[in-house]
Design a binder for this molecule. Structure first.
Ligand code: AP5
Ligand code: MG
Ligand code: ZN
Length: 213
């Protein structure tokens, strides 16, 4: 099963992708997490990506595409995967369609987690992230068992650099202009579905499971 998570920054793509990954036993591939790992490890890619991410802009397609194609070729992707945060531009979607076509396959589900912009800023300000394992929490909606500590791996939770209110606004603008057109693109491919992302995480997950079967 090959799944794409679409939706605005903070809509809950990562939260849902993680739950899907656990239930269906397929890997979650988050380009945002991959870039953040590269920034932490101070790689060349990380240095380049950071300047864009800090401004709320997209990392250029040429830095993103090969990375994803290489990742999808790894063994753990043989039974499917969940793409979280990719594709984000029409050229990325076209490149993905092309790469899949070469393997005689295609995306099964593109899922748009719909949340209005007003709710997003509030969600982002309460988000806390684990820099080690990538788990995401919310101080109100999904708090860790122990304040500031990751339930999964015990690392200290952090607030993401790009979760400042001004940067979130910029990310939303970029989302509407560059990423939202993908909804039309995947409608044309016949695999587009939407879920109401304003409800609780469990309710959203219930809808997604009903879709996936
Ligand atoms: P990325 O890391 O993908 O960030 P994003 O798309 O902005 O999305 P987020 O991770 O912020 O939100 P999410 O939808 O995963 O929500 P979450 O589950 O955390 O990308 C970061 C940057 O990297 C980009 O800006 C760009 O620069 C670059 N980049 C990445 N991919 C790229 C690509 N393909 N091309 C070019 N550049 C790329 O939830 C948010 C919060 O809400 C959490 O606190 C969570 O606990 C809470 N929450 C979740 N669900 C609910 C719910 N139902 N009710 C209440 N609270 C909830
Ligand atoms: Mg995410
Ligand atoms: Zn952790």
């Amino acid at each position: 099963m090959k799944i794409i998570m679409l939706g605005a920054p903070g809509a809950g793509k990562g939260t849902q992708a993680r739950m899907i990954s656990e239930k269906y036993g397929i890997p979650q591939i988050s380009t945002g997490d991959i870039f953040r790992a590269n920034i932490r490890n101070e790689t060349e890619l990380g240095k380049k990506a950071k300047s864009y991410m800090d401004q709320g802009l997209l990392v250029p397609d040429e830095l993103t595409l090969d990375l994803v194609v290489d990742r999808l070729a790894q063994d753990d992707c043989a039974g499917g995967y969940i793409l979280d945060g990719f594709p984000r531009t029409i050229p990325q979607a076209e490149a993905l369609t092309g790469a899949l076509k070469e393997q005689n396959t295609k995306i099964d589900f593109a899922i748009d987690v719909e949340v209005p912009d007003d709710n997003i800023v509030q969600r982002m300000s309460g988000r806390r992230a684990c820099p080690k394992c990538g788990a995401t929490y919310h101080i109100r909606y999904n708090p860790p068992q122990q304040d500031g500590i990751c339930d999964g791996c015990g690392a200290e939770l952090i607030q993401r650099e790009d979760d400042k209110a001004e940067t979130v606004q910029k990310r939303l603008t970029v989302y509407h202009s560059q990423t939202q057109p993908l909804i039309e693109y995947y409608k044309e491919q016949g695999c587009m579905h939407s879920v109401d992302g304003t409800r609780t995480m469990e309710e959203v997950f219930g809808d997604i499971c009903a879709l996936l079967g």
